[in-house]
Design a protein around this ligand. Structure first.
Ligand SMILES: Nc1nc2c(ncn2[C@@H]2O[C@H](COP(=O)(O)OP(=O)(O)OP(=O)(O)O)[C@@H](O)[C@H]2O)c(=O)[nH]1
Ligand SMILES: [Mg+2]
Length: 470
């Protein structure tokens, strides 16, 4: 324990030295983390952000662009040789090709470096020539942040909390029956351990699809290279004490500890601890469509995700960060092109309310935070349709089957409490209003030279996240 935390501190120490050396050479590096739960819009966000930073015709909200200070922006090989590169070209081809479609789901961390040549702002602008600023964008699943809470738990306490939480969920019935039939104190038997782990990860996947967001351990959903390895072959069992030697209980507990030290900690050490700016993407409209329980669950998951940005609560993480902090955090509701712009402010208020608890409990150790609603890739146009004598603000787009449709999603409340209140009080469905959700395909585009793909407020997001450093 002592040795590993010492080693962690050393690694951070060296990185800090490395960062300040490149700062000293006037090539500052901004490390931007992009996260969110599954399907929240991370891949589309990064792809469109990069395309719009390369071709900045639609980025008037980025002050350096507005002031004509960005001379060039270009992609470069990223500095981390062992992290997969974010597959920008293929994702962009999917979104903007002749048959536009959404990119495939991504399951692991990836990274991309974009470099700018920009003249500094203000007085220095005339005196200094352009300097280089590097932007390293890191895409990682929000579920991995939820795992931070596991570090404080023993196998026994994690098991009992998890079993308590899922006991009434229909999706968990199959796993719970298997867990009940197992004898944790019997001798460890690998096929049985694998069957339990498989049933538990099947449960996690079904639960996530059903709208639950508390689906940890995160790597069970996104195993990548670790699929089938012992660190992912454990599951919660009703256990007491520390378990007999060679028992199923003892082996599961050992693997739980291995998951913490060999999966969770390296992620925080190698990726999370180096982030300067962070955007947390949230598919709030998707959750509202699924119903009150999904909204409540998402609110809780957001609270847990955000606790990673208040490291005071976790001694290990505080030691690892050595006082370094994320300087800015943006909470963005994605896919705002599903709403007519007259509802965008309401979506932003809901976003603010969803994260308020987490923000109130402690400020993010001095980080500046903001909330907004955006569409990384605008797939719709707006129109007013009259229905039963009432004007409905609609959006129109192409459905996944190629048909055109106009769509009215329902009226979000002025006061977010009208959604979050019932959600918190366990309502089964929304009273009165039904919130629709329609899956639009990306629109066919003909881009003018110098323009990136169409978006909503991506320039404002970029200004908040990196504008002050350009
Ligand atoms: N209309 C619209 N839909 C969007 C937008 N961004 C994302 N989507 C939808 O949301 C889905 C998920 O987007 P991704 O960017 O793949 O989300 P992700 O967070 O990378 O998902 P995983 O990699 O599976 O975790 C897409 O397939 C689209 O259907 C947007 O700006 N507008
Ligand atoms: Mg993705």
């Amino acid at each position: 324990m002592v040795i590993s935390s010492l080693a962690d501190s050393l690694v951070r120490g060296f990185e800090t030295v490395g960062d300040s050396v490149s700062e000293a050479l006037f090539e500052p590096v901004i490390r931007l983390g992009v996260t969110g739960l599954a399907r929240s819009g991370k891949t589309v966000f990064i792809t469109s952000l990069v395309a719009n930073l390369l071709d900045r015709g639609r980025m008037p909200g980025l002050v350096a662009q507005q002031e004509g200070r960005i001379n060039a922006a270009y992609l470069q090989p990223q500095p981390d040789d062992t992290v997969p590169r974010f597959d920008y070209e293929n994702h962009l081809a999917a979104l903007t090709g002749p048959k536009p479609h959404w990119p495939d789901s991504t399951r692991a961390v990836s990274e991309l470096r974009l470099s700018f040549k920009a003249r500094p702002a203000g007085l220095l602008s005339g005196l200094q020539g352009p300097r280089k600023v590097h932007l390293d964008i890191v895409d990682y699943p929000g579920e991995w942040l939820l795992d931070l809470a596991l570090l404080d738990k023993s196998y026994g306490s994690w098991s009992s909390e998890t079993l308590d939480r899922i006991t009434n969920r229909a999706e968990a019935a199959g796993y719970l029956a298997q867990a009940k039939a197992a004898d944790p104190e019997a001798e460890h038997d690998e096929p049985q351990a694998q069957a339990l782990a498989k049933a538990f990860s099947d449960y996690l996947n079904t639960a996530r699809d059903a709208g639950y967001y508390d689906c940890t351990p995160g790597r069970f959903l996104l195993p990548g290279d670790l699929a089938g390895s012992p660190v992912l072959t454990f599951a919660p069992l009703p256990v007491e004490g520390s378990g007999a030697r060679r028992s199923l209980h003892r082996e599961m507990a050992r693997r739980f500890e291995a998951y913490k030290s060999q999966v969770v900690k390296p992620f925080f050490r190698d990726h999370f601890s180096r982030i300067d700016r962070q955007v947390v993407l949230v598919d709030a409209l998707g959750a509202i469509h699924k119903g009150p329980q999904a909204v409540e669950d998402m609110r809780r998951a957001m609270g847990d995700i955000l606790s990673a940005f208040r490291p005071g609560r976790n001694a290990w993480l505080s030691r690892l960060l050595l006082g370094k902090r994320v300087e800015r955090i943006l909470f963005a509701a994605t896919k705002a092109d599903h709403l007519h712009h007259h509802q965008h402010a309401r979506l932003t208020h809901i976003m603010e309310a969803l994260t308020r608890d987490a923000r109130d409990r402690a400020s993010f150790a001095g980080a500046e935070t903001a909330a907004l609603s955006l569409a990384a890739l605008r797939a719709t146009t707006e129109e007013i349709r009259t229905h039963d004598g009432v004007d409905l603000p609609c959006v129109r787009g192409t459905l996944l089957d190629g048909k055109q449709a106009a769509f009215y999603p329902g009226e979000l409340p002025d006061d977010p409490a009208h959604l979050l209140g019932p959600a918190r009080n366990g309502a089964e469905s929304w009273l009165g209003e039904d919130y629709g959700f329609m899956a639009f395909a990306p629109a066919q585009l003909t881009l003018r030279p110098g323009d990136g793909p169409p978006h909503i407020r991506l320039d404002r997001a970029a200004q908040f996240l990196i504008g002050d450093r350009l």
